[in-house]
Design a protein around this ligand. Structure first.
Ligand SMILES: [Zn+2]
Length: 85
């Protein structure tokens, strides 16, 4: 059992073309190719190995930092307001 990474997650990459699943213990390769159909488009799922409170908190942090990656959240909010009025 290799537990050196200690990520607490299994990352599942699901090919959007054929649905083939690949599993990664914490680290997903930067460029990933589907072994079945050669597609490079995947959906990513992070599954806690041990669903305890600490892991759930990590999940929340993860989704929060992902929203920080939005290029311009303020602009998006203005767009919504324009549509509203
Ligand atoms: Zn595929």
């Amino acid at each position: 059992m290799a537990k050196s990474k200690g990520s607490g997650f299994v990352i599942t990459m699901v090919c959007v073309t054929c649905g083939a699943e690949q599993f990664f213990d914490g680290a997903v390769p930067g460029s990933l190719t589907c072994p079945k159909c050669r597609s490079t488009v995947f959906r990513e799922f992070a599954t806690p190995v041990t669903p305890d409170e600490a892991t759930l908190a990590q999940l929340e942090d993860q989704s929060r930092s992902m929203s920080y990656g939005d290029p311009s959240p303020a602009t998006a909010r203005d767009d919504v307001r324009e549509l509203d009025s």
